[in-house]
Design a protein around this ligand. Sequence first.
Ligand SMILES: [Zn+2]
Length: 476
Amino acid sequence: MFKKILQYKKMIGEAISLSRQNHENLQKLLIMLNEVSDNAERQLSERTNEINKRTNELGAQVEQQLNERTNELGARVEQQLNERTNELGVRVEQQLNERTNELGIRLEQQLNARTNELGARVEQQLGERTHELGVRGGQLTQASLDEIRDLRNRLEKHDIELKLQNEITAVNTAAFAEYRNINTGKDVVLVATGPTIEKYVPIKGAVHIGVNKACQYKNIPLDYYFIQDARKTVNEKGSRLSYEDDVIALKCKKFFGMLSTTPNGFSEPSESLLVKANATRYCGFGFPSETIYHDIRFHPLADFSTITFAALNFVFFTNPKRVYLVGCDVSFSESFIHNNGKEGVKFWRVHLNRWTIGYCEIKKFVQRWYPETEIISINPVNLKGIFTDVYTNDRGEIIERTQDDLEERDISEQGIKLFIDEFIEKILLKMVHEEASCNKCDKKVFSLVRGLSDDVPNCIEIKCNECGFQFLFPEV
Ligand SMILES: [Zn+2]
């Protein structure tokens, strides 16, 4: 085309030169130029259209390829994303499972360990508790058995009492009815046979009531005499009491006691002995009294392990002005303890306890029924502080009389126990110093390590002053 344009330009140049020659030629040239111009415009338009068309075609192609490519890439990305996501998901799931399993195992282990630990503790506590309950159950069972045994014993006792009650009433009414209040305004001396009886000079004008071996003290003019457990007392081997010499020969009102513990006990003494001695039967308790009865016509006479209480029960029934106690020492044979060891101490502890309780009960009984009657202990040993205490010289004259409220004894249960502990301890110490010798070095001087205690009942602990050897006395 440029070639043509250059051709036209050349032609135009030629035309211009020609025009100078020929106006006609110029006219022809103008026509030719118009034709060329139109032709060029037309060709340009066609060319433009062609380019546009081509551009559009290319644009469409590019867009199409772009879309295809984009789709393709999108699909691949999506695929890879999915694959990657799946892969990650699998790994996460795998790790999660592994971790979960691991935690599960540890949790299970810990749970098992904890469960075992708790189980062991529960089992242990259960075992201990069960054992404890078993022991308590056993104790309760034993307690129930003891209670049943005690009830049975009491029932048997009451059964005997019931069966014997008519006889007791008949016997004691016959024995004692005539003596009720008979000593009103008088002094009565109760003569028991503790060592201080030796010091007693009879009080003139007083009524004397003796028990058991008191009948052997011929200087004491007995008006009444009580003997209980007679067969044993009279026949006991080595006893100084002779039935023939002492009891039958005794000239005074004599009462022979029958123990109302059992029908067999009730049968003492024999009827022939009674007739020989010209004595009167009475019924006394055969077991420690729970009560001291005021009207002895209808009940057994009191008994706190010595006939002294039966006689005292009678003494107060006669309602005297004053009651003197002679030979009521509340003491015992020291050799007895020694010969019988701990069992001896136990035995005498029981008796001392009953005797002491008995006198304390007598005190309360008199305060209730005979408040105007004075009780006076003559030369008291272990009755000190319970009643009025007086001491006498060789001629029996009162040389000392304590004020009523001086050194008054604690007669509560605790006071009685304390008194007995102190007393037994004193006796044991005396025995140790008089008779015991060291098992190691044979020396005889001891000092007290520990007195009577609840830990080792009825024993004291002593130490040899020579070699230091310690031991319990009496020996177990
Ligand atoms: Zn020694």
